[in-house]
Design a binder for this molecule. Structure first.
Ligand code: PLP
Length: 387
């Protein structure tokens, strides 16, 4: 089955819900059983039967089933945010005395979790350059338990050679955990590329409408119970209403992502030629250093890119951003609307020398008309005064 068909037919079962096209929003804490025997039987199927609200209801189960199918994994679990998915996954596969490897271009709050929580709990964290490839083996030590990937990385959108890193890790029995939020299940197949535990900030494209916080974690069979038991111990659960919205968002993931990709590529190409722009960080562009890896491993790109402006003072960058009318100034991305933020990767890098001469601005290209977005960018770029 192709992914567009899965998006339309997965995660629902009219036969099970009196013919209703969509699964119901099942709000409940308590589930009542008709006998002690059936109550006890429900405990045996730990994470797939309806037994208590915290472990999920049918709405969560359908969402989880669809995401596992899209990812090509064994099973998925929904958690309250993308960051919760990251912290729970890293906690599930590490303990005191372990060592983990994390890319230097990792999402900022992931780095904060490593530095503030994992290190405090006695886990040693080494950051590696995102272009390390097979060189990762030189950083392995006896206690290395996890290699974490995020490809492409946050703010600088730099690609990693995930299959090569995963192969090296598996040769040493190391677990590979990856944040695949940018590529989405639509453009990247984590398990075919060697990832054991795949994370999505569902808040972004899975939900797709900027109205729910959620995270998803999918694993292969080998890593499922260790992950799922940890989630259960933390008590993470997501309301049926939010699961419903995520499931509803997924129905249009394909059509949305195709449009984000077309518009972002179009605008990215135009920006790359603009006199106020030094470069565009977007691996779908031939000029991007990660283009070959992107072409090999992914089937498309989302709407998130960064641009390096020609050197200019902060007042000019602020004027450019403030002049945009269709791009909202705000955190997150992956919704239908365009967004913009000034970004400062130098605050979060410890091993990669950054060679940007001008300021970086991150754009999320939404589902508005691409010509309207370009016109808006054009008038705002005119507000920049170099010197
Ligand atoms: C936004 C984001 C997250 C965190 O997701 P939340 O739902 O905001 O917690 C994690 N990883 C990446 C790459 C993100 O962009």
């Amino acid at each position: 089955m192709n992914i567009d068909t899965m998006l339309a037919h997965g995660g629902r079962d009219p036969g099970k819900y009196h013919g209703m096209v969509n699964p119901p929003v099942c709000r409940t804490s308590t589930v009542i059983f008709d006998s002690v025997a059936s109550y006890e039987a429900s405990r045996k199927e730990k994470f797939s039967s309806l037994r208590y609200g915290r472990h999920g209801t049918f709405t969560a189960f359908e969402l989880q089933d669809l995401v596992a199918q899209l990812e090509g994994g064994y099973r998925s679990v929904v958690v309250p945010s993308g960051l919760a998915a990251i912290s729970a996954s890293l906690s599930a596969f590490t303990s005191t005395g372990d060592h983990i490897l994390v890319p230097d271009s990792v999402y900022g709050p992931t780095r904060d979790f490593c530095d503030n929580v994992l290190k405090k709990n006695g886990v040693e964290v080494t950051y590696y350059r995102s272009d390390i490839g097979a060189g990762i083996t030189e950083l392995f030590c006896r206690d290395t338990k996890v290699v974490y990937c995020e490809s492409p990385g946050s703010l600088t959108i730099d690609m990693q050679d995930v299959p090569v890193i995963a192969r090296a890790a598996h040769n040493r029995g190391i677990v590979v955990i990856a944040d695949n939020t940018w590529a989405t299940p639509y453009f990247f197949k984590p398990f075919e590329n060697g990832i054991d535990v795949s994370i999505h900030a569902a808040t972004k494209y899975i939900v797709g409408h900027s109205d729910v916080m959620a995270g998803m974690i999918t694993t292969d069979t080998e890593h499922w119970l260790q992950l799922r038991n940890t989630i259960a111990s933390y008590g993470y659960c997501v309301s049926a209403d939010d699961c419903y919205l995520a499931l509803r968002g997924l129905r249009t993931l394909g059509v949305r992502l195709k449009q984000h990709f077309t518009s972002a590529l179009d605008i990215g190409r135009w920006l790359a030629r603009h006199p106020e722009v030094s470069r565009v960080l977007y691996p779908a562009l031939e000029s991007d250093p990660g283009h070959e890896l992107w072409k090999r491993d992914m089937t498309g790109a989302c709407g998130l890119l960064s641009i390096e402006l020609k050197p200019c003072p902060k007042t000019s960058v602020d004027r450019f951003i403030n002049s945009l009318r269709l791009f909202g100034i705000g955190s997150s991305w992956g919704g239908y609307e365009s967004l913009v933020l000034p970004v400062h990767p130098e605050k979060y890098r410890t091993v990669t020398p950054l060679e940007y001469e001008g300021p970086l601005v991150r754009l999320h290209i939404g589902l508005e008309d691409a010509d309207d977005l370009r016109t808006d960018l054009e008038q705002a770029l005119e507000m920049i005064e170099r010197k």
